[in-house]
Design a protein around this ligand. Structure first.
Ligand code: BGC
Length: 756
């Protein structure tokens, strides 16, 4: 079975491609990207390819501060945009057959098959090609980034002459002379440090990260000649191959960065990783890879029976998330494109807290999720500095819209200064984490400091309106970026109030339960609990939150109903996506909503609203939402499932889970939408599985789509692996762990340990 646009095969565990189409090379480079949580790269070909391609190899945490480029400078703009760097091309293997270069853009491709085995993160390519000199060869290239050895990349590259005996020349190399396609001033971001036999080391300009790459290669019966050009270590060997016999090259590459090693030891470290890989051998490394990935999948697989396209979609999302972040390092985070492209640079958006955290919380365990919270805790002082630059004081924090090291990178005033709701998501993540894990102690270990600093920001950001005799929130951009500089965005004001209330509760808890930590926090953050919380509560009590009583909905912002109320269903499909077809001015004046906004708030705080309220708001806003952010359909899908709009929920789910596989937005060649993949997981587990923490226990109230025979998913809940199986007859939960209380459809039950 084939999926539509990109001609990919549909299979529950495999991503496959059965033909070679140069116009799809870049899209496939994104979709077949590899990653091991600390580094990753696009599925470029190992051998030379002269057709259009976007080379991309990325190392988590290694960035370049690219000087800001804007049309008109505004005070408060950041100096630079931290970009994830395109790093050395470590996969290179030039191949010649009887002296003729193998280059798919220059030869006849008779057969082409590419496969990503998502079960174990191994990329395989098989092809039969006829070169210009008439030699026909079969090629198989297998590649992976080791999950067990985070600094190792492995390649097995085989060539078999088919129509005659041939001389095969392999030339494995590393090329550190690379650039970003997205560079503001066309600068090269790397400078060479040293190149030795088989290894090269480079340094990033300005940010001073150093990385060394080293290769160890093996080819039966061959003697390699070594060539060491600066930034490009290379080895070359030629073997004579009888017709039908195979020559196989093994290449092990060590990739070590100064995040983990001293610069002077880097080259030796990378060489040791490569040599250890060679020593272990390909088969043993594949086995390690399979085991490491099996352990990951064991905690988080989702099985959909009766719908292969949906099954592949969700596995692909989970797979990409696991490839992007594994929580082994608090300096790393989940960029919107993961390791699949350069776009979005900076890495960390509110996407992490609002979408990704719940995924890692339920699939990777408490420690990994906590790392994500600690990442923001470690950047708190920068967030306070950031707020101070904008005129806030007394320890108020504004987290950046996008960052890698805590400093703001975004430079469009309507987002940088106004899309402040991101602060709310960061506070919500702390609440969400504690609600799920029960780890209240985190409040004393970082949580409260973040919360009170965010609450201080809100308390300074509101304005007293004499006219309304209420507090208002002026000049903001909500999640819906198709409106800027609006007043009283309901979502922002609601989450601001919630933050102030939660920060006050958190302070009381720490005071009562961790008095020593409380004293330290008060001293360190100059926190006067009674005065500050009294002020927060006063604001919360008098905050203006817009509503339209007649329609029974919350008002996205002041004046929203003055807009011409047209529905998405009335839009000419030829005019969509509106962000590509309409002027910005027309978008701003229209009522169309880019992504969940009021509904994002209703989703976060579902318990605070009755079903009828959710239904009315859903119907009103869904009809006006164009979902031109990949983060949007998943939130709507969850709410649709909750209010019983099953068909709508299913339609929205497919749109999120197969967004990249079916290339809905026609931009997958730039990279995959990795953070929204967490939203797809939320749509399945929280939407169809109806998983939700309520009254201190994990509750499942499923809504299985008609088209599915069953849905099974695994979640890690307080150290136990729960397998939840939903059929049209009911729900079963198997517990691998100590007995635990959960609820099904609101009814509490105690799960025994099913391992016994
Ligand atoms: C969305 C933001 C999101 C960003 C990165 C934008 O298109 O509107 O909400 O944070 O993409 O994914």
């Amino acid at each position: 079975m084939q999926s539509n646009r990109l001609n990919l095969g549909i299979d529950p565990w495999l991503l496959t491609e059965n033909d070679f189409d140069p116009s799809r090379v870049k899209s496939s480079e994104s979709l077949f990207a590899l990653g091991n949580g600390v580094m990753g790269g696009r599925a470029n070909f190992e051998e030379r390819y002269s057709g259009p391609s976007l080379q991309g190899n990325y190392i988590g945490g290694v960035y370049y501060p690219d000087k800001t480029r804007v049309g008109w400078w505004k005070n408060g703009y950041p100096e630079y945009f931290a970009k994830v760097l395109n790093a050395a091309f470590w996969i290179g293997v030039d191949v010649r057959v009887d002296g003729e270069e193998l280059d798919l853009a220059q030869c006849e491709v008779k057969r082409f098959y590419r496969e990503m085995d998502m079960r174990r993160s191994v990329l395989t390519r098989r092809m039969t090609v006829v070169l210009k000199n008439g030699a026909e060869v079969e090629v198989e290239a297998v590649r992976f980034l080791s999950l067990a050895r985070r600094e190792l990349g492995v390649i097995r590259y085989s060539v078999t002459p088919v129509n005659r005996d041939a001389e095969i020349t392999f030339s494995p190399y590393i090329d550190a002379d690379v650039r970003n396609s997205d560079a503001n001033y066309d600068e090269k971001f790397w400078e060479p440090v040293r190149t030795e036999e088989d290894a090269t080391q480079s340094r990033t300009r300005k940010s001073g990260f150093e990385v060394a790459w080293a290769q160890a290669v093996a080819l039966d019966g061959a003697q390699f000649a070594c060539e060491t050009v600066p930034e490009k270590p290379r080895r070359t060997a030629t073997v004579r191959c009888g017709k039908g016999t195979t020559a196989t090259l093994y290449k092990y590459t060590g990739i070590c960065s100064s995040l983990n090693h001293r610069p002077e030891e880097l080259s030796a470290a990378a060489q040791a990783v490569a040599a250890d890989g060679l020593q272990a051998g390909f088969d043993a490394l594949v086995k390690e890879q399979e085991e490491a990935w099996a352990a990951r999948w064991h905690r988080c697989d989702v099985v959909i029976d009766g719908d292969d396209a949906a099954q592949q979609g969700i596995r692909f999302c989970i797979f990409m998330l696991l490839q992007t972040y594994t929580g082994v390092d608090t300096r790393l985070n989940i960029g919107p494109k993961g390791f699949t492209g350069e776009k979005y640079g900076g890495v960390t958006y509110w996407d992490t807290e609002a979408y990704c955290l719940p995924f890692y919380l339920s699939t990777a365990g408490q420690e990994v999720a906590r790392e994500l919270l600690v990442y923001r805790y470690n950047q708190l002082d920068k967030a306070i500095e950031n707020a101070a630059k904008l005129g806030f004081k007394e320890g108020a924090a504004l987290y950046p819209m996008v960052t890698i090291n805590g400093e703001e990178c975004h430079n469009e005033w309507e987002i940088t200064f106004e899309e402040i709701h991101r602060n709310g998501a960061i506070a919500y993540a702390i609440f969400n984490y504690i609600r799920y894990t029960g780890d209240r102690a985190y409040l004393a270990e970082g949580g409260l400091e973040v919360l009170l600093s965010i609450a201080r920001f809100w308390a300074q950001r509101i304005t007293w309106s004499e006219a309304r005799q209420q507090y208002v929130m002026l000049g903001v951009t909500g999640p819906n970026e198709y409106e800027n500089n609006v007043n009283n965005n309901w979502y922002t004001s609601y989450i601001a109030c919630w933050c102030m209330r939660y920060a006050a509760e958190a302070a009381a808890w720490v005071r009562e339960n961790r008095p020593e930590a409380y004293a330290c926090i008060c001293a360190k953050r100059h926190f006067d609990e009674s005065a500050e919380t009294a002020r927060w509560m006063e604001i919360v009590d008098k905050m203006y939150l817009g509503e339209d009583r007649e329609r029974g909905i919350f008002l996205q912002q002041d004046g929203y109903l003055d807009k011409e109320q047209v529905l998405v269903s009335e839009l000419d499909p030829a005019e969509r996506p509106i962000n590509q077809k309409w002027s910005w001015d027309r978008i701003l004046r229209s009522c169309f909503i880019k992504q969940a906004d009021v509904l994002q708030g209703i989703y976060f705080f579902q318990e605070n609203f009755d079903l009828e309220t959710i239904r009315r708001n859903f119907r009103f806003y869904e009809a006006r939402t164009v979902h031109e952010s990949s983060l949007s359909p998943c939130v709507h899908a969850i709410l649709a499932a909750k209010i019983g709009e099953a068909a709508k929920a299913y339609e929205l789910y497919l749109r999120t889970a197969r967004l990249d596989l079916d290339d809905y937005n026609r931009e997958v060649e730039e990279g995959c939408h990795v953070t929204s993949m967490a939203g797809s997981w939320l749509a399945v587990v929280e939407g169809f599985g109806g998983m939700r923490m309520a009254d201190g226990v994990l509750n499942f109230t499923p809504h299985l789509p008609e088209a599915w025979r069953s849905l099974a998913f695994r979640v890690d809940y307080r150290g136990r692996i729960l397998t939840v199986t939903v059929t049209h007859e009911g729900v079963e939960v198997r517990n691998e762990g100590e007995p635990v209380e959960i609820a099904i459809g609101g009814e509490r039950r105690r799960l025994p340990d099913d391992r016994r």
